[in-house]
Design a protein around this ligand. Structure first.
Ligand SMILES: Nc1ncnc2c1ncn2[C@@H]1O[C@H](COP(=O)(O)OP(=O)(O)OP(=O)(O)O)[C@@H](O)[C@H]1O
Ligand SMILES: O=P(O)(O)OC[C@H]1O[C@H](OP(=O)(O)OP(=O)(O)O)[C@H](O)[C@@H]1O
Ligand SMILES: O=C(O)c1cccnc1
Ligand SMILES: [Mg+2]
Length: 538
């Protein structure tokens, strides 16, 4: 086989994503399957999680496109084989021919749509095909789904906490877990509900709106007005150049602000000279209310006189609720006193924001229009990992079960189709797992839905709508349609809108029901009984 197996342009975003990006035990199992003559046994694996993250009751499924890109380039190169040969010199020669020839042409992948709201135990992805290959996909698939889904869910939670009208920008690049953590976080935060990113590379690569203000260093780099290389600024609608520095100083006098830092004023003037149409100032370097805001307003009034409209401010410390209200008050006062349209200037807030702070700000009342959120969003500080697993559920048509003392860890065996059943209000009521060979649920037909493990819990439902959650997305090659990031983002928003609000609420959200058919319930319990020896007490 050639050194690279690149097919078309459908390649993983990260160059580390190759068939060697896996746990060593996947390769040692591959060899043992091959030695045991099991490589071509037909396996079915489910990729699912057991517990929603962040103490919530929902999860956003993300990362599918990257899984399919990986499946598209799956395969071992000559270099991979020579590296593996050095590691495992005792492996039989013929195995290397087998490994070099491995591809995903016999693999089928069924999956939820990227951006779907997913619930515990319902497979987000089902992989079918030769055991030797399907097994090898485990680690990489998990790696490609866990973090994206976690970040997308985190972003969705921040969106819900901020409210639908606020602008949300992801500011996490500098604090992310390495370059891939940052690039993934920017992409999947957007999918989960953010509007923009400060990450230039991610914005350009993914066509995400780029947003940014300026740093404290820009402000503190100026000590006085003498550092400005020009005093001039051209009017918006003519070529006339005006002494802008004089104009700003005069406006400051009119504002009767006596405790302003002159270096800060110089920085704001310099920024306004560079961006007269996009003037937004970070106002907390010295003192927000007695220096930053009056300096900002003086420069803004001067810009107004030259025909420009300023954009707003960023607050990055202090009590953001209080400060934003005070700033808005001052904008309104100045609007009235000077007859300028400053009432609705944008207030951006940042500084260690997270879901809890967003809720708290809402409770207190604030005037912030836009939030810049970094560390907590991209590192998922509240819960740093999602526990997706990849479990064998069937081999050569025989269902397999992984039993555990801990009931939530028991896998639901067999090849299954998941459906979302909708009730009267056209809202999802429960997800139902049905054995693949059994009939699909039918609209208007009453069906018994059972809790997979708790025999007491069962409900009848006559669904108003039945939505199959899986579609075939890879059948030896990718199966269209492939959805763009924008489409995944829109799908995510529409899914979240459809879910009953009590599943989403902040405190004690209601768990969403995940059930199995009576047939699957009986099948699961019979298999459990037959596989687990009955303990004997003497
Ligand atoms: N009104 C508010 N209600 C709840 N939390 C807030 C409010 N305003 C700000 N916060 C949060 O409180 C924390 C304050 O952080 P911190 O202790 O670093 O203060 P700071 O204002 O940045 O101080 P410093 O300027 O000394 O760095 C941040 O996480 C911020 O998001
Ligand atoms: O707090 P986060 O949610 O992670 O958001 C990003 C933070 O990063 C920047 O601070 P930093 O001190 O790095 O630089 P600055 O001088 O621009 O404030 C910015 O001002 C925010 O406070
Ligand atoms: O543009 C900003 O204001 C920004 C970007 C990254 C981190 N903190 C702030
Ligand atoms: Mg900061």
């Amino acid at each position: 086989m050639s050194e690279h197996k690149e097919k078309d342009d459908y390649l993983p975003s990260n160059c580390f994503v190759t068939s060697m990006l896996t746990d060593m035990y996947q390769l040692t199992m591959t060899y043992a399957y091959w030695k045991g003559g099991r490589s071509d046994d037909v396996a079915v694996f489910d990729l699912l999680f057991r517990k929603n993250p962040f103490g919530g009751e929902y999860t956003i499924f993300a990362g599918l496109d990257e899984c399919l890109r990986y499946v598209n380039v799956f395969g071992f190169s000559d270099t991979d084989v020579s590296n593996l040969r050095a590691l495992f010199p005792e492996w039989e020669e013929k195995f290397w021919d087998y490994l070099l020839a491995l591809d995903t042409s016999k693999i089928k992948v069924y999956a939820m749509r990227e951006g779907a709201v997913a619930f515990p135990k319902v497979p987000m992805i089902r992989v079918e095909g030769p055991l030797g290959v399907a097994q090898l996909l485990e680690t990489t698939f998990l790696c490609l789904v866990n973090f994206p889904s976690l970040v997308a869910t985190n972003a969705a939670r921040h969106r819900i906490a901020a409210g639908p009208t606020k602008k949300l920008s992801e500011f996490g690049l500098r604090r992310a877990q390495g370059p891939d953590g940052a690039m993934s976080a920017s992409r999947y935060a957007y999918l989960g509900g953010f509007d923009a990113t400060s990450n230039l590379a991610a914005g350009i690569k993914n066509d995400i709106l780029l947003r940014g203000t300026h740093a404290h260093s820009f402000v503190s780099s100026y000590i006085g007005l003498h550092e400005l290389n020009t005093k001039l600024l051209r009017r918006a609608n003519s070529d006339e150049e005006v002494d802008f520095v004089d104009l700003c100083q005069n406006q400051l006098k009119l504002l009767k602000a006596s405790r302003c830092n002159t270096g800060e004023l110089a920085a704001f003037i310099a920024y306004a000279q560079a961006y007269p149409k996009g003037f937004l100032a970070l106002v907390d370097t010295y003192d927000t209310l007695s220096s930053g805001v009056p300096n900002f307003l003086a420069v803004s009034l001067a810009l107004n006189k030259l025909g420009y409209q300023p954009v707003g401010i960023r607050l990055d410390s202090g009590d953001l609720a209080y400060l934003s209200r005070e700033c808005r008050k001052q904008f309104i006062q100045v609007s009235k006193a000077f007859s300028v349209p400053f009432e609705k200037l944008t207030i951006v807030a940042s500084n260690d924001l997270n879901e809890e702070v967003l809720y708290s700000l809402r409770d207190q009342g604030h005037e912030i229009d836009s939030f810049g959120i970094g560390t907590h969003l991209v590192t998922c500080q509240r819960q740093p990992a999602l526990g997706c697993v990849y479990k064998l559920v069937e081999i050569n048509g025989s269902p397999r079960i992984k039993v555990s003392q801990d009931i939530v860890k028991v896998t639901i065996p067999g090849r299954k189709k998941p459906f979302r059943l909708y009730g009267r209000a056209n809202q999802p009521v429960l997800d139902l797992l049905v054995l693949a060979g059994s009939p699909d649920p039918v609209v208007g037909e009453r069906i018994l839905c059972r809790h997979p493990f708790d025999s007491q819990k069962r409900v009848y439902i006559s669904p108003q709508r039945v939505e199959p959650l899986h579609t075939l997305v890879w059948d030896g090659k990718s199966v269209p349609p492939l959805y763009s990031l924008q489409q995944c983002k829109e799908y995510c928003a529409s899914q979240l809108k459809a879910v009953r609000s009590d599943h989403i609420r902040r405190l004690n959200p209601t768990p969403y029901k995940v059930s199995v058919t009576l047939e699957l319930f009986t099948f699961l319990n019979d298999l459990w009984q037959s596989e687990v020896p009955i303990p004997e007490i003497d």
